[in-house]
Design a protein around this ligand. Structure first.
Ligand SMILES: [Mn+2]
Length: 305
């Protein structure tokens, strides 16, 4: 039976690149596999694809009779366009969602990018990687680790990025700044998509939503578009009937992050975890990603109980 590799709805480059490249790897191993992208991709994908003239498809296939492989998420609601019982394999690097993944083979590693795991599979199996997959996986690692500045970055991410660069001489470190700058030119109509506020996170008995914005000049962006962000936070609170919604704003060139919580609710909640606000912001040097915040919240909750 044909396998289809999918990732969460409205995915980023790590999700798209690993889904596409993993289906290619399976094909090269003699299996029949394809990939399917659901929703609208994050802007960084368009930036990289047009830069290197790479074409993606997301034609709606009949998925109901396929075996499904999920990459870059282990949350079932994020892939609600497939039936949970279809899922045979999960490859991810996010904290466990707690969802029942049935009999699927689950491979969750604490690593900077799923692209790293997929690249390692090409290397280990000595399968030649063609230019488009080397490019996508390389910039997927760069994007997901914020050019190796995220705390969760590992030696394996660095090693595979180097290896991918050796496989394709079009890969250029000097394009990273261009890609980061271009992906930050968010059309404000698409702000909610860029904020990634569509996934509930279970924390003990609580359910919260943490958004994330990865942009250049995060401070300036917040000054300019704070009202738009507030409006979206309120929309999300109403739609999901959730009282705690906040945003992790990452400055991808300056290398800092800020937790932005305009609501007292969210601030009081985060205070209990030792996260202290100055106004609506908790600013820190260095980059902490949303999945690391999730891990921190879970760990703290566990230790306090
Ligand atoms: Mn990822």
């Amino acid at each position: 039976m044909e396998k289809v590799v999918v990732t969460y709805t409205n995915p980023d480059l790590d999700g798209v690149a690993s889904a596409f490249a993993y289906s290619e790897l399976l094909n090269k191993q003699g299996e029949i596999a394809s990939y399917y992208i659901n929703g609208i991709v994050q802007k960084e994908i368009d930036v990289v694809c047009s830069l290197f003239n790479i074409k993606l498809h997301n034609k709606l296939e009949e998925l109901s009779n396929k075996k499904i492989i999920v990459v870059d998420t282990n949350t079932l609601s994020a892939v609600d366009f497939v039936e949970p019982k279809q899922i045979i394999e999960v490859i991810d690097h996010h904290p466990l969602s707690g969802d029942n993944l049935g009999n699927a083979v689950v491979d969750i590693q604490q690593i900077g990018a799923v692209c790293t795991i997929i690249a390692e599979k090409f290397k280990e199996k000595k399968i030649k990687i063609s230019r488009e997959f080397a490019i996508l996986l390389y910039y997927g690692i760069i994007s997901n680790t914020i050019n190796f500045n995220a705390k969760e970055t590992t030696q394996r991410d660095r090693k595979m990025a180097l290896w991918l660069k050796e496989q394709c001489n079009e890969i250029d470190v000097f394009l990273i700044k261009y890609i980061f700058t271009e992906k930050s030119k968010i059309d404000i109509k698409n702000l909610r998509l860029a904020m990634e506020v569509n996934e509930k996170f279970k924390l003990g008995i609580e359910e919260i939503i943490i958004g994330q914005l990865e942009i250049v000049d995060a401070k300036g962006f917040l000054e300019k578009y704070g009202d738009n962000i507030n409006k979206i936070i309120n929309q999300v609170k109403n739609e999901y009937e959730i009282s705690i919604v906040f945003i992790n704003l990452i400055d991808i060139l300056e290398g800092y992050h800020m937790i932005y919580a305009p609501d007292k609710n969210a601030q009081d909640f985060l205070n209990k975890f030792g996260i202290v606000f100055d106004g609506n912001l908790c600013k820190e040097k260095g980059i902490v990603l949303r999945k690391e915040i999730k891990r921190y919240l879970r760990e703290t909750l566990k230790n306090n109980n």
